[in-house]
Every structure is written in structure tokens, then in C-alpha cells.
Design a protein around this ligand. Structure first.
Ligand SMILES: NC(=O)C1=CN([C@@H]2O[C@H](COP(=O)(O)OP(=O)(O)OC[C@H]3O[C@@H](n4cnc5c(N)ncnc54)[C@H](OP(=O)(O)O)[C@@H]3O)[C@@H](O)[C@H]2O)C=CC1
Ligand SMILES: O=C1O[C@H](COP(=O)(O)O)[C@@H](O)[C@H](O)[C@H]1O
Length: 514
């Protein structure tokens, strides 16, 4: 199975676990615009001397068959050799040192689809290395790449090497650990057997394509093997939101429309921060900011903020509550949405091009780079409370913030008088904890390895999220709604201010805005 649908997907095999056969009996070339490269029937077994059996199905290419057999041959030649020794020796062409589990204990094989891409460079490899550094991955870890661009081992390790950092300078043995980690990375363009697949967004384009994608995936893997990632769920602050809500009894009676008059979720980013702008634009212009950020990251935070207390911390119970609140949300109306696109302008001697000035973006593109929306939840707890979202890719600062008016508390200004000030009850870790914060992908990759599903999106949850946004996106696109233009680096279209004012709300604009 390959990754047009999940350009930053990871296919993972946990060798110490699930031995259930995975069947991929049907062929569906080019379904949904992605190539089904994987057409192998893969079976694994439990006998100590049993290698995976890889059975060729009718449509597997000659190249892939050769690759598969090469892997098997090498495996046999490694039988009985301690892996540690293999890994410390120079790697030969095509050698894939995959250990026999019974010799070495727990091991893991990870296939990164799209190692040359922005996501892999910025987030996946640094997270995998951080996990490796922290000894959270088994000693035996083998990372493969699997993109269309052909590389050799050296090119792959060079690519990965450029992405790795020691989060805090001069960490003990960091260089050595990096070398060890790189020794465990191999390029391979064929396909592996797997037990878990982490799927990166976009999960389709709308309800229909998302449903198709889910059905396609289900032909190869069951729901429990599918880990749909939304990396915002792996961020410390987002995790802390649930802790704040559910483990501080003082908040329980306050957490409703009786005390909270509005909730705001804000995301700002600077397009210019992206490493490979051309690729980013190409992807972005097909999706736009509503699909890229609102329908997933911000909606997930909104859901965690508003859902009822789950019966337990079990993934099933949490996800059931998330689905319930998503299904309670009112349809989004065009009047409650503002779409914007940045235009070119000059400021302070600087010249900023328009979104449509980019050569990869069509001149008449209506793709929003900014959006604001008001959402409502039709249940007793949140009746009438506006949840406002604002997302913008054309800021000079990168920030995300979620807040409610309850987080503003009165305090006395020091002095002899009695003057009051409103200060924020904030969850910021900066200044409070000296320990470093793990990357979101670090947490989520580890959860997937451990089979913890709590922070991943279940298919009915995804359906509910698309049901909410699809009618709106359809209207925007069918009516060819022209986005409001606004200058790069500004506060965005003026329409967003009217939208908030309609509900008697002032945006909690973030510091650093101009
Ligand atoms: N960039 C980011 O910070 C984040 C991105 N994401 C999501 O991750 C996904 C990927 O984003 P990003 O890395 O930025 O995109 P890029 O365009 O930078 O990279 C795409 C990668 O996928 C590979 N690829 C594309 N098509 C195929 C295919 N059919 N088979 C195998 N490999 C393929 C490409 O390599 P090649 O062309 O050689 O095949 C390339 O390595 C997006 O869906 C995005 O929503 C999510 C969170 C953050
Ligand atoms: O999913 C995505 O998120 C990133 C922003 O992630 P962050 O953790 O750096 O806040 C965004 O740049 C990208 O467009 C989007 O696809």
C-alpha cells in the first residue's frame, strides 16, 4: 500500500506483537488518485524459526518481487547472528539487517512514506531520533524510506542526518546516539509487512472521498491497526486541557454556558517558514486553510474542550464522547464564516507578494489562506455559546492559542489603592517547568508503537468531522465565494471582526500581531 493519500504516512511493524495475518487480496490500481503499490498477501507466523511468508499476488511488479526475495535471502543469511554485531558492521548494498526476534528481544521496523518531504524532515525524523535518544524505542530499530524518488542508503541517511538535532545543545552522547540511529536507517523502495499503519492527514477532501479512503484502507487493515494522526492531539498543552478539565473538581461546575460566554481557538503561521514552499503551495492550494487546520487541529481542540466526561480513560470511551459532541454541533452557515486570501503589499521597505503571485498557484485561485468561523454545540451544556475559530497562514509570527472568557481572572494591582486588573489563568509551560517538552510526534509515535489509540482519530469521528465541514466547503466552492483580500502580516480581513462582533465577542488577539 502506498502513500498518495498519506504523504507522510508511517507503516509500522512491531515485531514483538501481533502475528495476525494481513491479507491484501484485491487490486485497485489508481483508486482515488493514489497508486496501490502494495498487492502482497503477507502472513506471519509464531514458530521460533519462522520467517514471514510473502506471497506474490498477480499484480506485483518484477522489481518488487526481486526486492522482497532479496530481503528474505538476507534474513536467512542473518539467522543465528546477533543483530548488534550486524548493525555495527558496515552495511553492504541492499543489506537489510532485520533480526530474528527471538535472538534479540523486542525490535521494530518503521517505514516512512515520503522521507524527502517537509513533514518527515521537520517532524517525523526528529521525533524518531528523540525517542531513540530517550531509549523509548527498542534497541533494534530499522527505519526504511518509501517514496517515489529513488535513493540509496547514503542519500537517505544524509537526508535524515540534516534533520536531526539534539533539542538541548550539548546533550550527553548526542553525536554518538545520532550515529547509532543513522546506522539503523536503510533505504528500501519495496513494501514491508506491517501490523500498524499511521495515516497522516488529509483524510480525504470531503465526506465522500474520506469515506472512500476509509473503505479502501479497510480492505488491507482493520480499524484497530489504523492510527489516523492529528499531531495537535500529541501537544502537551492539548493533553493538559483534559487534565485541567477532568482532574480539577473546581472547574466541573463552571464548565458550561452558565459561566463561559465564548471560546476562541486561534492559529497563526508564517508561510515563509516552510522549507520547501513550492511543494507546500502545491499541496495547500488543493486544500486551503479550512481543510488544513480548522477541520482537524482546531476542531479536535474544540471537541476536547467541550465533550462530556468520558466513563473511563479508555480510548473507546474517550472517542465515544468525542463523536457525541461532534454530532451535536449545528451545521456551519456561510454567514458564520469569513474566508480571506492575502494580497501583495509593501511595508517598512519590504515587499510582500500576493498568494497568487506564486508560480505554482493559479492566478484565479480562490483558496483561502485565512478563515474565521463561529460554531455552536446543540446540547444543554453549551447551548448558545459561540466557539470562534480564526486561522491565518500569513502572519509574521507563529502562534496558536485557545482561550475562554473564564480564563480571565480579576486580580488586584499592587499598591495602596484598590485597582483591579484582568490577568490570564494560563497553561503555558514556559517559565514554569525547566524540562524540555517532547515533540507532539514523539508522543504519538510512541503511543502507536505501544498500541495506545486514545489520541488517534477513529473512523466514525472522522465522518462526523467531515459531515460538519463538507456542506460549508461545498457551498464556498460551488458558489465560488471570493475570499476577502488582506495584506500579508496584517490582522486579516475586517470581516473577521464583524463576525466576532455579531456575537458580542472581541478576538483575543495574540501578542506580536501588528
Ligand atoms: N509539513 C508539515 O509540517 C505537516 C504536514 N502534515 C501532513 O503531512 C502530509 C505530507 O506533507 P509534507 O511532508 O509537508 O508534503 P511534501 O510535499 O513536502 O512531501 C511529500 C512526500 O511524500 C512523498 N510522496 C508523494 N507521493 C507519493 C507516493 N505516491 N508514494 C510514495 N511517496 C510519495 C514525496 O516524495 P516523492 O515525490 O519522492 O515520492 C515526499 O517525500 C500532508 O498530507 C500534510 O497535511 C501534517 C502535519 C504537519
Ligand atoms: O498539519 C499541519 O500543521 C502544520 C503546523 O503544525 P505545528 O505543530 O508546527 O503548529 C502546518 O504548517 C501544516 O500546514 C499543516 O498541514
Amino acid at each position: 500500500m502506498a502513500g498518495g493519500w498519506s504523504m507522510g504516512g508511517l507503516h509500522m511493524v512491531k515485531r514483538s506483537e501481533s502475528r495476525a495475518p494481513v491479507y491484501a487480496p484485491e487490486v485497485e490500481p489508481k483508486a482515488l488518485g493514489f497508486e496501490v503499490l502494495m498487492n502482497l498477501e503477507v502472513k506471519t507466523c509464531q514458530a521460533p524459526d519462522c520467517s514471514p511468508v510473502i506471497v506474490k499476488a498477480p499484480y506485483v511488479s518484477e522489481k518488487m518481487r526481486t526486492d522482497v526475495y532479496e530481503v528474505e535471502d538476507k534474513r536467512h543469511s542473518l539467522a543465528g547472528n546477533p543483530l548488534a554485531k550486524e548493525l555495527s558492521e558496515p552495511r553492504g548494498e541492499g543489506l537489510i539487517p532485520f533480526p530474528e526476534q527471538e535472538n534479540v528481544g523486542s525490535s521494530i521496523s518503521i517505514t516512512v512514506v515520503g522521507a524527502s518531504g517537509d513533514l518527515a524532515k521537520k517532524k517525523i525524523f526528529p521525533a524518531l531520533f528523540a525517542l531513540y535518544y530517550e531509549d523509548c524505542l527498542p534497541e533494534i530499530v530499522v527505519v526504511f524510506d518509501n517514496a517515489r524518488t529513488k535513493m540509496n542508503d547514503e542519500e537517505l541517511t544524509n537526508t535524515i542526518n540534516r534533520t536531526l538535532t539534539c533539542k538541548i545543545d550539548k546533550r550527553e552522547n548526542c553525536e554518538d546516539k545520532m550515529d547509532q540511529f543513522l546506522q539503523r536507517c536503510f533505504y528500501h523502495s519495496g513494501h514491508k509487512w506491517w501490523t500498524r499503519v499511521i495515516v497522516e492527514k488529509p483524510f480525504g477532501h470531503d465526506s465522500v472521498s474520506s469515506g472512500e479512503l476509509t473503505r479502501c484502507l479497510k480492505r488491507y487493515i482493520i480499524e484497530d491497526q489504523t492510527f489516523r494522526i492529528d499531531h495537535y492531539l500529541g501537544k502537551e498543552l492539548v493533553e493538559n486541557l483534559s487534565v485541567l478539565r477532568f482532574s480539577n473538581l473546581v472547574f466541573q461546575p463552571l464548565w458550561s454556558g452558565n459561566y463561559i460566554r465564548n471560546v476562541q481557538l486561534i492559529f497563526y503561521e508564517d508561510f515563509a517558514d516552510h522549507l520547501i514552499l513550492v511543494l507546500v503551495f502545491r499541496y495547500f492550494d488543493n486544500y486551503g486553510i479550512i481543510r488544513d487546520i480548522m477541520q482537524n487541529h482546531l476542531l479536535q481542540i474544540l471537541v476536547l474542550f467541550s465533550m462530556e466526561t468520558p466513563v473511563s480513560l479508555d480510548a473507546k470511551d474517550i472517542r465515544n464522547e468525542k463523536v457525541k459532541v461532534l454530532r451535536s454541533m449545528s451545521p456551519l452557515h456561510l454567514e458564520d464564516v469569513v474566508a480571506g486570501q492575502y494580497k501583495g503589499h509593501n511595508k517598512g521597505g519590504m515587499s510582500y507578494p500576493a498568494y497568487t503571485d506564486d508560480p505554482t498557484v493559479p492566478k484565479d485561485s480562490l483558496t483561502p489562506t485565512f478563515a474565521a468561523a463561529t460554531l455552536f454545540i446543540n446540547n444543554a451544556r453549551w447551548d448558545g455559546v459561540p466557539f470562534l475559530m480564526k486561522v491565518d497562514k500569513a502572519r509574521h509570527t507563529k502562534q496558536s492559542k485557545f482561550s475562554s472568557d473564564m480564563s480571565q481572572i480579576n486580580s488586584k494591582i499592587p499598591g495602596l489603592g484598590m485597582r483591579l486588573d484582568r490577568s490570564d489563568l494560563n497553561l503555558l509551560y514556559r517559565g514554569r517547568y525547566s524540562r524540555e517538552i517532547p515533540y507532539a510526534y514523539e508522543r504519538l509515535l510512541l503511543d502507536a508503537i505501544e498500541g495506545e489509540r486514545r489520541l488517534f482519530i477513529r473512523s466514525d469521528e472522522l465522518d462526523a468531522a467531515w459531515s460538519l465541514f463538507t456542506p460549508l466547503l461545498k457551498k464556498l466552492e460551488e458558489k465560488k465565494i471570493v475570499p476577502e483580500l488582506y495584506p500579508y502580516g496584517s490582522r486579516g480581513p475586517v470581516g473577521a471582526h464583524y463576525l466576532a462582533a455579531k456575537y458580542n465577542v472581541r478576538w483575543e488577539d495574540l501578542s506580536g500581531d501588528d
